[in-house]
Write a protein that binds this ligand. Structure first.
Ligand code: NDP
Length: 484
């Protein structure tokens, strides 16, 4: 059968675009459909704008520190509209780069939504049908709000980049990557940030001591972090209700009209103060509530189940090690498979797909020892096992140090950093490396190479320190803090 294309990619995010380009560069006839902006979550509403906001928010401390370093500076204010405009033009530029890369590789672009009609056919929003020998689903994910009344009054991470102005008081719900990163960003930009996390400590799944220090530093920098706390009710606050308060039930009754306490409010999210009641009994009014409560795979109304693609419990596409679905001509990569929700992983999966399907070289995706960073302030960089995971598996030695880094200590700030190595007692392999420090994302990329290569503690020790740096501590820790 003659197909219109060798490959049709649904979804123009990092993974889909990479797979399309690489397949086309190898001579395949490729098309890609994207219903929103080319670049996907990472470029348009995720990693890239977020990181630029991290940079923007860091200047406040830098200006303060600069005075300690002898600079004569006047107090200035942050201009959100100016930054936002610059941010949006940068995103336009990046989207253009993505488009040009696709065009340069002769990939045909359809700026429309696409769904599956059968194992080899994609149906576009206007009803047009395109056939392909292989179809790659790379539709990513989307932020989800909790299932509660009036949840639509809250915003999600996608909305942050389009706020007409910064809220004065922001409540963030969640304790994962997005919640913690935006708590730091907004706090740095001068927003009064309260964060509720339902668990005992933020950043579940990361090393306990590392996330403990991140939480302490977030609090020290001004984030009002409440652990073991969640939102129970929310409603549009009345106009005379501008002050935050922690009150009794009768206070709350005065402030939050009974009719607004339950049931759905007709207003859209983010368009006025919101009254919130928490599980700890407190009630307060915020200018915005950000739900950073996880992301779901984009598999709804895609025609997937109908044609036999297996969908998992969280709505994800179930794939094998080669990203192949239950329908042999259909593959899926990236967040829509809910394996590891990280851009570089989606890109890897896209490359492995092309290698497997178009280069005749079956390549499973290696999800082992993925370094990653949470862009909190300070950052958390991590690779390998946490101490808690490692000691469940085998006896380990823990090398750990915490100190005040030179740069901020000189400026009189109480910041602390943490460097930690989890080492196998039996064969001395470094099983995990955890860094909490400014620039930890940069450091863990490099430490990740050594850990991925299977470096031992002695390999680290043999490496001469780069002085004076923070990361030199990774090669100078001589005595284990404990054996676990
Ligand atoms: P996460 O899964 O990391 O965090 C979701 C948070 O919301 C958790 O703290 C979770 O609590 C909490 N939560 C879930 N449901 C509810 C609820 N009903 N009520 C209250 N709290 C709730 O998701 P994110 O949205 O932060 O990020 C999604 C993914 O995107 C990440 O897993 C990560 O892979 C990726 N990402 C990576 C970044 C990076 O590399 N720097 C940056 C941003 C995102 P609990 O822990 O109890 O389940």
């Amino acid at each position: 059968m003659a197909f219109d294309y060798d490959l049709f990619v649904i979804g123009g995010g990092s993974g889909g675009v990479r797979a399309a380009r690489v397949a086309a560069a190898g001579g395949a006839r490729v098309a890609i459909a994207e219903s929103s902006r080319m670049g996907g979550t990472c470029v348009i509403r995720g990693c890239v704008p977020k990181k630029l906001m991290v940079f923007a928010s860091g200047y406040r401390e830098m200006f303060d520190d600069a005075r300690s370093y002898g600079w004569d500076l006047e107090d200035g204010a942050f201009d959100w509209p100016r930054f936002s405009q610059h941010l949006n033009s940068e995103l336009d530029r990046l989207e253009g780069v993505y488009r040009n890369l696709l065009k340069g590789s002769d990939v045909e672009i359809y700026d429309t939504r696409a769904r599956l009609a059968d194992a080899h056919t994609v149906e576009l929003a206007d009803g047009a049908k395109k056939t392909a020998k292989h179809i790659l689903v790379a539709t990513g994910g989307r932020p989800v709000r909790p299932d509660m009344a009036n949840a639509h009054l809250g915003i999600v991470s996608d909305d942050i980049f389009h706020l007409p102005e910064l809220p004065k008081r922001l409540l963030i719900i969640g304790g994962g990557y997005i919640a913690c990163e935006f708590a730091g960003i907004m706090n740095g930009l001068g927003v009064e940030v309260t964060q509720f996390y339902r668990g005992a400590q933020i950043l579940r799944g990361f090393d306990d001591e590392a996330r403990g220090l991140v939480a302490e530093m977030m609090r020290e920098k001004g984030v009002n972090l409440h652990l073991g706390t969640n939102i129970v009710e929310m409603a549009r606050a009345s106009d005379d209700h501008t002050a935050s308060w922690t009150g009794t039930q009768s206070d709350a009754a005065m402030g939050a009209p009974a009719g607004e306490r339950v049931g759905e409010d007709a207003d859209g999210g983010g368009s006025g103060p919101v009254w919130v009641k928490a599980t700890n009994g407190t009630e307060a009014v915020y200018d915005a509530v950000l739900f950073a409560t996880g992301r779901d795979p984009n598999t709804e109304d895609m025609g997937l189940k109908e044609i036999g693609v297996e969908i998992g419990r969280r709505g994800e596409i179930v794939v094998d090690d080669y990203s192949q679905t239950a329908v042999p001509s259909i593959y899926a990569i990236g967040d829509v498979t809910n394996r590891v929700q990280l851009t570089p992983v989606a890109i890897r999966e896209g490359m492995a797909f092309v290698e497997t399907v178009f280069n005749g070289n079956p390549t499973p995706v290696d999800h082992h020892l993925i370094p990653s960073a949470v862009f909190t302030q300070p950052e958390l960089g991590t690779v390998g096992l946490t101490e808690e995971e490692a000691r469940e598996r085998e006896p380990v030695e823990i090398y750990c140090t915490s100190f005040r880094p030179m740069q901020s200590a000189f400026a009189g700030r109480p910041d602390r950093v943490l460097m930690k190595l989890v080492v196998s007692k039996e064969n001395r392999t470094v099983l995990g490396c955890h860094i909490v420090a400014p620039g930890a994302g940069e450091m863990i990329q490099l430490a990740g190479i050594a850990v991925k290569m299977g470096a031992t503690k002695e390999d680290f020790d043999r490496t001469v320190a780069v002085h004076p740096t923070m990361s030199e501590e990774l090669v100078t820790m001589k005595t284990p803090m404990r054996v676990a």
